[in-house]
Design a protein around this ligand. Structure first.
Ligand code: PLP
Length: 400
């Protein structure tokens, strides 16, 4: 009998692992690789968060915490939802997990019945369809193209909804495209959702603060109060505070779903690390001005990378409105031959060509459900963006 459970075959290793393996190989051979693949901001953890953890250690308060998060952490999340989203959640409507990722995982595992459908706008963060399948659901991908700034239209959402739809998973600003819905665009989608009371909304707001050019962030429960009772608003400290390693995410939502998520947590990891929670409390309740300064810094790097990619032969991209990535079309390189004789057949070939010929790592679009594209992260040192951009231009110019 197979040692592995059948559920393990519901998802495959991500295609981006192919490129990561090649990066490791080249590095082991002594090549220098410029990585435009980062999925995390590169700023330090805020000092007050570090201090809060040192104080916790001094007090020797590192014990098991409550399953749904410490009272302080849930109060900090409550304060954040009120301050930034105008949303009120009672403390028993809030739960805490090891990252936004585990929040999403627990929400799906706690609610999806075999055969339920989960609507996911594409291109998507690959974890959404995989988690859906793992929970026994069927991902229903609604594809948004570059011609609509990678945003789905209300009529597409309406068409995708059936009697079996359990959730819409929604992420704005999104990964991999940075697509950011304006309050008006959210309103138009909310109008569709209001007409389908059986559909719940799982909004992944982790990129809330990585939003550029003065754009305004909004989230469904805020845009349309009628959706409040069927929305789980998910967030975390990873991107806003550059605290990825602390593994801290939180959600506000209907009591029934939130307590089911905590029940699931109770039989997996129990309450998440109190160390991460102490750091997150300090970040969420401390000074917030630096968050804007960091965003401005990322916006400058976005502009640098955009300028470089826009000037490369065969590539076409639009300026992303949020997140940390440019999702760039490489259709103009497909079918061309590289100096080493290889023909670029698809975006995976293109990503591997960049890696092998000029030592620049990006992630192929197929990993996010749209080809021929690639995702280039602008979280890299400025000199890497400058040099990496020049090298991408060189590699494109060498194709015939
Ligand atoms: N959601 C999206 C869209 C992401 O891109 C990521 C990380 O890359 C996460 C969630 C994970 O966030 P966390 O570190 O809070 O688990």
């Amino acid at each position: 009998m197979d040692i592995l459970a059948p559920r393990m075959s519901r998802f495959k290793p991500s295609p981006s692992q192919v490129a990561s393996a090649r990066v490791r190989e080249l590095q082991a051979e002594g090549h220098t690789i410029i990585k435009l693949t980062a999925g995390e901001p590169d700023f330090p953890t805020p000092d007050n968060a570090k201090q809060a953890v040192m104080d916790l250690m001094d007090r020797n308060e590192i014990r098991y915490g409550p399953i749904n998060g410490t009272q302080e952490m849930r109060e900090a999340a409550q304060l954040k939802f009120k301050r930034e989203n105008g949303l009120h959640y009672d403390l028993d409507q809030i739960t805490v997990c090891a990252g936004t990722k585990q929040i999403l995982f627990n929400a799906l595992m706690a609610t999806v019945h075999e055969g339920d459908e989960v609507v996911i706008p594409g291109p998507y963060w690959a974890s959404y369809p995989d988690m859906t399948r793992l929970a026994g659901g069927t991902p229903v991908i609604v594809s948004a193209g570059q011609n609509n700034q990678f945003k789905i239209r209300p009529e597409q959402l309406a068409e995708a909804i059936t009697d079996k739809t359990k959730w819409l998973i929604f992420c704005s600003p999104g990964n991999p495209t940075g697509a950011t819905y304006s309050p008006e665009e959210m309103r138009a989608l909310a109008d569709v959702l209001v007409k389908h009371p059986h559909v719940h909304i799982l909004t992944d707001d982790v990129y809330e603060h990585l939003i550029y050019d003065g754009r305004e962030f909004s989230t469904f429960a805020q845009v349309e109060p009628q959706l409040y009772d069927r929305t789980v608003t998910c967030n975390g400290v990873s991107k806003a505070y550059s605290m990825t390693g602390w593994r801290l995410g939180y959600a506000g939502g209907p009591k029934e779903i939130i307590s089911a998520m905590a029940k699931l947590q109770s039989q997996s990891a129990s309450g998440v690390s109190v160390v991460g929670q102490a750091a997150a409390v300090a970040a969420l309740t401390g000074p917030q001005e630096f968050v804007k300064e960091r965003t401005a810094n990322l916006q400058r790097r976005r502009d640098m990378l955009f300028e470089k990619l826009s000037a490369a032969e065969g590539l076409s991209c639009d300026l992303p409105e949020g997140a940390m990535y440019i999702f760039c079309c490489c259709a103009g390189t497909i079918g061309k031959r590289a100096p080493d004789g290889r023909v670029i057949e698809n975006d995976t070939d293109f990503a591997l060509y960049l890696l092998d010929s000029v030592g620049v790592a990006v992630v192929q679009g197929v990993a996010y459900g749209l080809s021929p594209y690639f995702r280039a992260s602008f979280v890299a040192p400025e000199e890497d963006i400058e040099k990496g951009g020049d090298l991408i231009q060189e590699a494109c110019a060498a194709l015939r």
